[in-house]
Design a protein around this ligand. Sequence first.
Ligand code: PLP
Length: 232
Amino acid sequence: MSNKIKGRYQKILNRIEAACKQAGRDSSEIVLVAVSKTMPDEDVLELLETGHKHIGENRAKALEDRMEAIKDESVQWHFIGNLQTNKIKYMAHRVNWIQSVHKKKALKEIEKRAEAEGRMINVLVQVNISGEGQKSGCEPDQLEPILKYGQKLKHTRVKGLMGMATLTEDPEKVRPEFRLLKKLRDEHLHLNAGPVELEHLSMGMTNDLEVAIEEGATMVRVGTAIFGERNY
Ligand SMILES: *Cc1c(COP(=O)(O)O)cnc(C)c1O
């Protein structure tokens, strides 16, 4: 087995460390989610040998297959892709984090499935921070009703917000988008009650994690820099 992935993983840890230092933060505040989409199971297994625990997939079927293939009980599985309500049933038995909740209906279904499994599922509410065009996540004015709904749940914890920034080569361009997500989190902290506890901000990927950390990210989702270029 090569050590390519382990080497890249170490580089990412170093980048996170440096970004935290720059921002006057402690790297223990940052959860790194390794995004393994389209990559073979062997690559994920190599990464897990480092002791890394958080793995993300963006398609329900891919996540289901991965959770089936990799039996390691200590892995924390994240669903980070576009969430279709009718796919929740394929992940509820094992997923630990669903980062892309954007409507009450999805929360309702997660609660129902988690209860049936006797489990607790952590979720983040995905907010559309990139404006027009890309339609992923709820609009900022939908956050309040979604969070209020979340306050009543028993098998679902609403742990924060997630955002996908505009795809661009220049990470500085997305700084205002990250800043917006943090502002929205801060503006909704008064809704923390029961299972709603807005502690996490999931933002930043391979190209822009430094800017995201400077702007308050507590979770970064990194694929390419760990697993290499994808073929799509
Ligand atoms: C693919 C993906 C990532 C990781 O992107 P990289 O640029 O490869 O680091 C992060 N978040 C989501 C939602 C993704 O689909």
